[in-house]
Structure formats: structure tokens, C-alpha cells
Design a binder for this molecule. Structure first.
Ligand SMILES: O=C(O)C(=O)/C=C/C=C/O
Length: 485
């Protein structure tokens, strides 16, 4: 595979950076790309270009503006194979997952928000006034302005476009920094933006890191009007401090320590398959993944044995092999973090039901960041491996007896992102889902997404919701106009 040069996209033009850094393929350690790190001056130029493009972009009739989003979606689909190869080269994720989730959702996000922007109603009220007449109140919405987008490495194109699409749909312009770990599909999207004639400055891509690099230059920039970020909770705190002097709005989708509750009346096979997918999908690198499984005692032993079988059926193969069901972690650095938790779990007294280490293949995959899918039991609820997000293909399974106990166990966390409830008693399913202190509760399913619904979490899992009309609250500023009639 040839080594790509990934450049910055500023004011409609591709530019070299001040230095380059290497991007390695996590499946085999091969050099994939040399990435051009943007300077502070280049980030300043991107913000200036976005500011200059804002009035004309915001003034476009919504159908014309959203036609560009449909064109971006069409462009992703037109270059599907390029985006697929880029995403897989960056992440090592299996072609089955990337071709069904990551790339299609890249296009779907643009279409969903184009449709929402075109069809959303305007909030208004007719107000009776003391003089027996009325007043008309309506919320006139304007774009937030120049939006800083900082996106993560786990679902790179999906989460990049999950932010860029609503930002552009509602008339904002964007300065976006993809994770330095997965720079390729964001750069391809910039190529598509140029191909479809998106006006210069509307969408800018700058590459780099967080501290003392493009991430910090964006979040501390006085002319950025708001930041939308997906990533680790600690980074979210850092960004909040950076925007505090300017009291800028933030939209955060951060970490999670998500629970799955399996009741004895669950469809056993469906619950096993569903929990296995929610634990091991994308090598456990989805903020919504399950890391804590609680199973009602009568089926506990049977469930542990069944999930062990599912884990051991996973095919840790080459990313482009359609038989592969689990690829490597995204980098050796991240594997070291996950391995530190595998070691910690043993120190904290875990029983390792399966996995717990690094597989050996005897081929180029040994240079990759592969790790064994792992299941623990026997940890106390106070263990760090029960409280802290691992963000890898690992889970802990514990028994419970009553519904009240299950709810208490699931909610005993400072995170608040997602939960999954497995039961055939839907009255219980609704009741327990509503009792979860999370932003997203699935019943007899997981990661089933309707893009019109509110998406996000509370506590350490973030601030705000994006999706459907909920994206309005971050990407627009309403002026309530009151007219005496
Ligand atoms: O499915 C989505 O729209 C989404 O935002 C997924 C986020 C996953 C984070 O790791």
C-alpha cells in the first residue's frame, strides 16, 4: 500500500503543515500515511476563513445549503471504496463492520441532517394579552457561528460527520480536527467537499494533537463560537477550561461504563448474542459498549459459559478478510492502556473466564495491536475495573437477584451514557429502561439508532444531546421575537 500524504484543508485549499507525523496501520504496524500537522497560524487562518464564509453560507436558502449536504453524502458513496480502505487502514477494523456501519453512516448523517434542517418546524405561540388582544411569539434561529469540531478515533467518519453535518445544515461554518490516530477519512471528506464545490472556508480540516497543537489552538481560539467534542471525559474537562474565559457553549459525548441487565426471563440466545455484540463490537471501542454485565442468578452460570463461547468464537483476523469478526485495537498505545486493566483486574481479584492477554499469530499480525477478548467475574463493585472505562473488548459479569438490585448496580457509576436491558417482560423492560440514569437505554437490542432521537449522556458521559431537533439546541441560537398584534 502506498504511503499517503494527508494535508490540511484551509479556505478551500490543501496545505502542508509545519511538520509531519507518521500514521501506522494497527493491524500490521505498516506506515499508512504521513500527516501534516497544522501550525497555530494555520489554525488561525482556518478560523478566519470560516468566519469570512459564514455570512454567505448562513444566508443561503436552506434547500440550497442542504443540497451541498446531499452532494457530500453522494460523494462519500461515490468514493465508498476509498473511504472504506482509508478507515480500515487507520483503525484495523474488520471490513464487515466498516462497510456496514462506519462508511454508510457517514453518508446517512449528512442526509439525516439535511432532511431535518429542511423540515423542522419553528417554535411559536399565540399569547393572549390583558387588553383582550394577542401577541405572536416565535423563536427565530440563527447559526451558532464558527464551530470547532474535535472528533475521536473509534468511529472516525461516523463521528466526524455526526458533528459536521448538523453544523453545516444549520448554517454554521466549521474548523474540524480529526483524531491524530485516524486522519484519513476526514481528509477524504475534504477532497469530496472540494469536488462538490462547497464554498471555500465553509469546512476546514486541520491535523494535529491536543496540547500545544491544533486541538488546543481551536479550543482556545477567541473567534470560535462553540466546541463539539467526542472523546475521553478528562479531555472534555480540559476543553471546558479552555472555553471558560469566553463562556463558549460545548456539546460533549464522552466516556461510559455501560451496563447490560439480563433478566432470567430474557430470550437467552438473543441476550447472549446481543451482549456479545455490545461488548466485543469494534474491539470494544465504542463509547456505547457494555463493560458491566449483570445477570439474574438463576441463569448466571449458564450465561457466563455461553458468553465465554461467543468470545472464543471471535475471529481475530486480518481487517480485509470478510471472515474477521474482531480486529486489533486502534494502536499499540491504546493496547498498553487496555493491557494495564487486564493486569489490574487480576490484582483486584478477578477470575479470568477467557482471554486476558495478547494473542500470537506467527505472522504480520504480531506487529499489530491485537488483544484477546476477555471476560472477568468475581470482582467487587468497588474495583477500579468496575468503575473505570477500559474501552476494549472486555466485560465483567456479576449476578443479581432482584430488579431493584439490578437497577442500583447499573446506576452505581459517575458515567451516564448507555444501558441495555434484556427481558421478554416488556412492562419490566420499559420500567427498568426508564430507571437507568443514562442518555440511551436499549431494550432487547443495542446500538440501534434513529438519527432523530436525542443522543448523549450525563455525568462524566457528557453535556447536551445531538440528533434530530436536539442538535438545534447546540448548533443554533434562538431569538424569541414577540410581536404585539
Ligand atoms: O451512532 C451515533 O450517532 C453515535 O454518535 C455513536 C457514537 C459512538 C461513540 O463511540
Amino acid at each position: 500500500m502506498s504511503v499517503k500524504s494527508l494535508r490540511n484543508f484551509i479556505g478551500g485549499r490543501f496545505e502542508d503543515g509545519i511538520r509531519t507525523f507518521d500514521k501506522l496501520n494497527p493491524a500490521n504496524g505498516e506506515l499508512v500515511a504521513r500527516v501534516h500537522e497544522a501550525s497555530r497560524d494555520q489554525v488561525n487562518a482556518a478560523v478566519a476563513a470560516a468566519r469570512q464564509a459564514l455570512p454567505a453560507w448562513a444566508a443561503l436558502p436552506v434547500n440550497q445549503r442542504t443540497d451541498y449536504l446531499y452532494a457530500l453524502a453522494d460523494g462519500i458513496e461515490r468514493r465508498f471504496d476509498d473511504f472504506l480502505a482509508a478507515e480500515i487502514g487507520d483503525t484495523g477494523k474488520p471490513v464487515g463492520w466498516a462497510s456496514q456501519i462506519d462508511i454508510p453512516r457517514g453518508a446517512a448523517n449528512f442526509r439525516a441532517f439535511a432532511e431535518i434542517a429542511r423540515t423542522l418546524d419553528m417554535e411559536s405561540f399565540m399569547t393572549d394579552t390583558p387588553d383582550g388582544r394577542q401577541a405572536l411569539n416565535y423563536a427565530y434561529r440563527k447559526p451558532l457561528g464558527v464551530v470547532g469540531v474535535i472528533s475521536p478515533w473509534n468511529l472516525p467518519l461516523l463521528l466526524f460527520t455526526w458533528k459536521v453535518a448538523p453544523a453545516l445544515a444549520f448554517g454554521n461554518t466549521v474548523v474540524a480536527k480529526p483524531s491524530e490516530v485516524t486522519p484519513s477519512t476526514a481528509t477524504l471528506l475534504a477532497e469530496v467537499a472540494a469536488e462538490v464545490g462547497l464554498p471555500a472556508g465553509v469546512f476546514n480540516v486541520v491535523h494535529g494533537f491536543g496540547p500545544n497543537s491544533a486541538g488546543e489552538f481551536i479550543t482556545t481560539h477567541p473567534d470560535i463560537d462553540g466546541i463539539t467534542f467526542t472523546g475521553e471525559s478528562a479531555t472534555g474537562s480540559t476543553i471546558m477550561k479552555a472555553v471558560a474565559p469566553g463562556v463558549k457553549p460545548v456539546s460533549f459525548e464522552l466516556g461510559g461504563k455501560n451496563a447490560a441487565l439480563v433478566f432470567e426471563d430474557a430470550d437467552f440466545d438473543a441476550a447472549v448474542a446481543g451482549v456479545a455484540r455490545s461488548v466485543f463490537a469494534n474491539c470494544g471501542q465504542v463509547c456505547l459498549c457494555t463493560e458491566r454485565v449483570y445477570v439474574q442468578r438463576p441463569i448466571y452460570d449458564r450465561f457466563v459459559a455461553a458468553l465465554k463461547l461467543e468470545a472464543e468464537k471471535l475471529v481475530l483476523g486480518r481487517p480485509m478478510d470478510s471472515a474477521t469478526t474482531m480486529g486489533p485495537l486502534v494502536s499499540h498505545e491504546h493496547r498498553e492502556k487496555v493491557l494495564s486493566y487486564l493486569r489490574l483486574a487480576v490484582e483486584e481479584g478477578a477470575t479470568v473466564v477467557t482471554g486476558g492477554g495478547v494473542p500470537t499469530f506467527g505472522d504480520e499480525r504480531d506487529q499489530g495491536a491485537y488483544i484477546q477478548p476477555t471476560i472477568w467475574t468475581g470482582l467487587p463493585e468497588t474495583a477500579r475495573c468496575i468503575k473505570e472505562e477500559v474501552f476494549g473488548p472486555v466485560c465483567h459479569i456479576a449476578p443479581f437477584d432482584t430488579e431493584e438490585e439490578a437497577i442500583r448496580l447499573a446506576n452505581d457509576t459517575h458515567y451516564g451514557l448507555a444501558a441495555a436491558v434484556w427481558t421478554t417482560n416488556l412492562t419490566r423492560g420499559h420500567r427498568v429502561a426508564q430507571a437507568m440514569q443514562v442518555g440511551l437505554a436499549w431494550v432487547n437490542c443495542w446500538f440501534l439508532r434513529d438519527l432523530r432521537t436525542p443522543f448523549g449522556g450525563s455525568g462524566l458521559s457528557g453535556i447536551g444531546r445531538e440528533g434530530g431537533r436536539h442538535s438545534l439546541h447546540f448548533y443554533t441560537e434562538p431569538t424569541n421575537v414577540c410581536v404585539k398584534l
